[in-house]
Design a protein around this ligand. Structure first.
Ligand SMILES: [Zn+2]
Length: 131
């Protein structure tokens, strides 16, 4: 499945970023998905759990932010958001335009992480399991 390999690469990138940030745990990963990215968001959400299993991201939430297609119209000299991906026309004047400025992205926007937490009076520094 296409989305599964995407999920794996997102997990890999997110895990790297989390390590760099000194994360103890990843709570959520926010990913921007453009309308033209070709990613089925439902499938990606479904695959997230599989891809994160037994990684440092296990149990994390995938927050998808859908990015609509934005085209540039040379007549209006401005960008406009398309209502759908069927018609590439300027939403202001209706002129056909293929100048896509946004909508193809598939990228991690942000991570919600937990860093070393001060637990209540237990003092246990680590709850890490032996490998
Ligand atoms: Zn226009």
């Amino acid at each position: 499945m296409h989305e599964l390999s995407i999920a794996y690469s997102l997990v890999e990138a997110a895990a790297e970023a989390a390590t760099r940030a000194g994360a103890q745990r990843v709570v959520a990963v926010q990913v921007v998905v453009g309308a033209l990215s070709g990613v089925a968001t439902g499938a990606l959400t479904f695959c997230w759990e599989i891809a994160t299993a037994e990684t440092s991201l296990a149990g994390s939430r995938l927050d998808l932010v859908e990015q609509p297609v934005v085209v540039y119209c040379p007549d209006c000299r401005q960008e406009g958001e398309l209502a759908g991906v069927q018609l590439f026309r300027c939403p202001q004047c209706g002129r056909p335009t293929g100048d896509v400025r946004r909508g193809r992205e598939l990228q991690i926007e942000s991570l919600e992480i937990e860093t070393a937490v001060c637990d209540d009076a237990g003092g246990a520094a680590s709850a890490e399991e032996a490998p």
